[in-house]
Design a protein around this ligand. Structure first.
Ligand SMILES: [Zn+2]
Length: 291
């Protein structure tokens, strides 16, 4: 049983929701005024049999205990996991567990290789056209392991399972998502140009995915995992670190493509800030390398 299943088995949705909402008995379940939108007639329903909740009103959404806590406490999945683990007395694996990070590195590496191969197929044509329009050469594409995530929604999942990874590992790496209500699993990145994100030692720790159509948002990233935190990651640092140390100078650009193009043209002390404003953690990392 996975830690998540273990926690779910010890939780009752009614106990989870009750502190936030005045539940009234209704048939085999409960109803209440929705805590997430303003209303006078209850359209928020809790179903103890299915251990789920749903707002049939303005929110038109629902889910399980994790979804509820994330929404009610404005937490991401990791934070909700910690809260509910604490509440149920389930022991989470320690952060930075070396064996676990090895597994997450290898599942991410396998995903990068899969995306890379897919880029070379007919499916990857649109992504290749985009890369061509940005005038990157083949050695950059190889070096940065650019790839394409198929739009089917289960291409990566099937590939990873075929290569003896467990679905839990793919979920934990942020590559596969699970719909809490239906239990259905699907690839997180679909139909996107893929940029593997490396740590400073060159392990693949996450991904950025660029939409090739009008999808919003244009860029998405792996959400925070035990080996990836966007705020203290600098893209291309693994390729730039020696030069930055040498020159005691780093150049920070905004996008993946900008960083790759800079490296291709010999400016190898260039890193990218992951699309956000430069964070304190990123600056702190650079301070240890440059003046
Ligand atoms: Zn609602």
């Amino acid at each position: 049983m996975s830690v998540i299943d273990d926690i779910k088995a010890r939780l009752d949705i009614v106990d989870v929701v009750s502190p936030y909402v005045a539940l009234q008995k209704s048939g085999r379940g409960f109803k209440a005024n929705c805590p997430f939108h303003n209303e006078k007639t209850p359209s928020f329903v809790v179903n103890p049999e299915r251990q789920s909740w749903r707002c049939f009103g303005a929110c038109a959404e629902g889910g399980g205990a994790f979804d509820f806590v994330m929404k009610a406490e404005n937490m991401d999945f990791g934070q909700a996991l910690h809260l509910l683990a604490q509440r149920t007395g389930v022991q989470l694996e320690k952060r930075g567990d070396p064996e676990k990070s090895d597994i997450l590195h290898s599942v991410n590496r396998a995903a990068a290789n899969f995306y890379q191969e897919t880029l070379k197929t007919e499916e990857g044509r649109q992504a290749r056209n985009y890369i061509d329009s940005r005038k990157l050469n083949d050695s950059s594409i190889e070096k940065f392991i650019l790839g394409y995530s198929p739009s089917s929604g289960d291409g990566l999942k099937s590939h990873l399972l075929l290569h003896d990874f467990k679905i839990e590992q793919a979920i934990e790496a942020g590559l596969v998502r699970q719909d809490e209500e239906s239990g259905r699993t699907y690839d997180f990145f679909r139909g996107r140009l893929m940029f593997p994100i490396f740590d400073r030692r060159g392990n693949v720790v996450g991904f950025g995915g660029r939409a090739l159509d009008d999808s919003n948002p244009k860029y998405i990233n792996t959400s925070a995992t035990s080996i990836f935190d966007k705020r203290n990651t600098l893209y291309a640092l693994n390729f730039a670190i020696d030069k930055i140390r040498d020159q005691r100078t780093a150049v920070v650009v905004e996008g993946y493509m900008d960083a790759i193009a800079a490296h291709e043209h010999g400016y190898t002390n260039v890193v990218a800030s992951m699309g956000t404003a430069l964070t304190e953690q990123q600056v702190a990392q650079l301070r240890t390398l440059a003046d």
